[in-house]
Design a protein around this ligand. Sequence first.
Ligand SMILES: [Zn+2]
Length: 342
Amino acid sequence: MRKMLTFGMILVTFIYFIPICYMNYGTLGLGLKLADASANYAGNEEKIAQTVNDLTEKSGEITIKTGDETRTLPLETYVAGVVAAEISPDFPEAALQAQAVAARTYAVYKQQMGRPAQHTDADVCDDPAHCTAYLDLAVEASAVWGEHAADYEDAIVRAVEATAGQVVVYEGAPIIAVFSAAATERTESAADVWGSEIPYLVSVESTGGEDCPRYHDTVTLTAEEFRKLAAESLPTADLSGTPDTWFSDEVRSDAGGVISVKLGGVEVRGTAVRSLAGLRSTNYTLTVDGDTLTFTTVGYGHGVGLSQWGARRMALEGADYKEILSHYYTGTTVTNLSDLAV
Ligand SMILES: [Zn+2]
């Protein structure tokens, strides 16, 4: 329990965003953002232990805030709604199962950390910019999937039922099971993307990312457009010269993403450039032609942890969900929630 809390304290300081890759899901959003201050959870060890007890005794329930409404659902119902919102339901069974376990693990992790200041009346919300996307299958499935609704819902429910109660653990504690749409040939490490060493979120080989639509993508901005964007988030950056002089001292990870770069003399993380320019990943190449900046990206999402398109490829090649999860979350195992030691 103490180890779990230690990792939690590190991890809740992260802010990250997982954009959706599956094209038909654009309106649903796909994301996961942890913006809770670690200080909120200081001294929460006893409460966390009690949360796990409660989860087990209640067969798993979670309180979710959707809009102004707060309701308590069986944990597995919530997991199905997250899977529905976060991954294409026509992915192979093992990929959906891996996503279900990752979503469940994240939900349990959030419960263990306590309710954040943003919604003290609920464990999670459905805002992909804060917690994670959620789709109410009973209400929204037909509108989203049309004629495929019944088949897709069946696939999701099967994946959730097949893995019910299972979570990914590292040294006995549920992990923060981050995932993104499409890693490149290697996943990124948490250290390179967010600056904190997490033993189970290290760079590993990945295949299948290239199957993701717009795996290669470009964003083109004029110098003036870039200046306006930078003025909002990086007001101290000096962008008075020509664009070819703005970027320097780039540091890249082994996976290819930009860890840090100087922009107008100010050192920023690659994630800041990604956010500023609206890029699909930090793995970008910049070309400057006169007054035009062109960012060419590879991959989609932050690239840490499970790659959804990588999971798809592994599943197509015969891997089961546990093999997928242990590949992307180094040194972890899958266990039953009811077996967690508290
Ligand atoms: Zn939230």
